[in-house]
Every structure is written in structure tokens, then in C-alpha cells.
Design a protein around this ligand. Structure first.
Ligand SMILES: *Cc1c(COP(=O)(O)O)cnc(C)c1O
Length: 222
């Protein structure tokens, strides 16, 4: 996926040049060493994604750079929420009411507001986390978000099926965009639709993504 002759900076700039200006690039640095992040930083990249709490916290403390925006992008266990709150810019994968409650509780304790996305289940694989349309419908019925005053929901996140079938992936992204647009009508403050990874970000952007999470195409295979 990544050619050996190009640098992290080259690959970042190449992707940035293809992204419309309203799409934020989150460079997914999971499993990669701190010096890879430093290299990306030097190329102007400030948004970084990690999927392990301990790794995110270690890197945040080690790099100690106020300009870095740390994104937690994977499944988050409720018992790890307290560790991540002081460091995280955006939690992408809130997939249950219990997690939302815990993020709110810990945010209140730490006297801050935490930005999050709700993760929708859009893929065919049954292993991926996230709300179904029906579960989202049930949850949102009755306007629950004001019950979590220290959490600011900014929009939705989703992962498409891991397949070469572009039509399938495109249709999953379009469906997520339609769900996002629908809930955004009653939540005009929503501004973020996180979808698209190394293998499918062009399809996601075409479908209306505002934030892509790209790892291996920038940092090389894991
Ligand atoms: C690892 C990961 C990515 C990035 O995957 P690549 O294929 O390396 O771009 C994006 N989103 C989530 C949730 C991930 O866990």
C-alpha cells in the first residue's frame, strides 16, 4: 500500500491534496512509534487516531504537545473512560448508552466537556460494534442527549464492510450519510460524519464524509 521510497510526509501531503477542504484527516498512528507521529507533525498533521487507551495515554504524555488532537477511534470500554478523558479531543466510537453515561460522569468529575460521535453499525460483519437504525431510533426517541450535559455529541461514525465490492461499501456509506442527515435535522449542532479508512476513504468522501481515519496509507502496513 505504501511505497518504500515515499516518506510519511509525502504520503500525508498526497492524501491531503486529494481531500476536499471540509474533510478532516485523522492520521491513525496505532501501533506506530512516537517518531512516526513526530514526522507527521513536522508535515503539519495535528489530528491523530489511536484505538487503545493505554497507547493513546502513553503517546500523549510522551509527546506532550498541546497542538496534537488525539482521537480515540476504536471500541472503548467503560472502565477505561477515566484514563482517556483528560487527553482526548474526540471519542469516535460511542456504541452504548452506558458508555455515554460514563463519559458524562467522568467529564463532570474532571470539570470538562467531551466531544463524541455515536457509532452506527453499517457493515455486514456481525463483529463490528455500533447502533442499528432501530436502536438509534429507540435511543433518540425522547431527546436523551440533554441528560448528558458534559458530553457534546458532534455526529456519527461508522465502518463499512471489509470487501472489494465498491458498490456494497458505497451503499453502506450512503446509508450512514442519510442517517446522519436525518438526525442532524433535530441536532443542527452536529458537524461531523466520521467514515473512511485507507481502503475506502474516496468512497466515503464521495458519500459525504467530513472526517476520514487513515492509518496504513500514511504510516505503512501494521
Ligand atoms: C485502524 C483503524 C483505522 C485505520 O485503518 P487503515 O486501514 O490502516 O487506514 C480507521 N478506523 C478505525 C476504527 C481503526 O481501528
Amino acid at each position: 500500500m505504501s511505497s518504500n521510497s515515499s516518506s510519511i510526509a509525502d504520503r500525508l501531503l498526497d492524501i491531503q491534496a486529494q481531500l476536499p477542504p471540509h474533510v478532516t484527516l485523522v492520521a491513525v498512528s496505532k501501533t506506530k512509534p512516537a517518531h512516526a507521529i513526530t514526522e507527521a507533525l513536522a508535515a503539519g498533521q495535528l489530528d491523530f487516531g489511536e484505538n487503545r487507551v493505554q497507547e493513546l495515554v502513553e503517546k500523549a504524555e510522551r509527546l506532550a504537545n498541546e497542538r496534537i488532537k488525539w482521537h480515540h477511534i476504536g471500541h472503548l470500554q467503560t472502565n477505561k473512560v477515566k484514563f482517556i478523558i483528560p487527553h482526548v479531543h474526540l471519542v469516535h466510537a460511542v456504541d452504548s448508552q452506558r458508555l455515554l453515561e460514563e463519559i458524562n460522569r467522568r467529564s463532570i468529575q474532571m470539570n470538562q466537556t467531551t466531544d463524541v460521535l455515536l457509532q452506527m453499525h453499517i457493515a455486514q460483519e456481525s463483529t463490528k460494534y455500533g447502533w442499528s437504525d432501530e436502536e438509534m431510533e429507540q435511543f433518540m426517541d425522547g431527546n436523551p442527549l440533554p441528560q448528558y450535559p458534559s458530553v457534546r455529541v458532534r455526529g456519527l461514525m461508522g465502518m463499512a464492510t471489509f470487501t472489494d465490492d465498491h458498490q456494497q461499501v458505497a451503499s453502506e456509506f450512503k446509508k450512514l450519510k442519510a442517517t446522519y442527515d436525518r438526525w442532524k435535522e433535530s441536532h443542527p449542532e452536529w458537524d461531523t460524519l466520521s467514515m473512511g479508512m485507507s481502503g475506502d476513504w474516496q468512497l466515503a468522501v464521495d458519500a459525504g464524509s467530513t472526517m476520514v481515519r487513515i492509518g496504513s496509507s500514511i504510516f505503512g502496513e501494521r
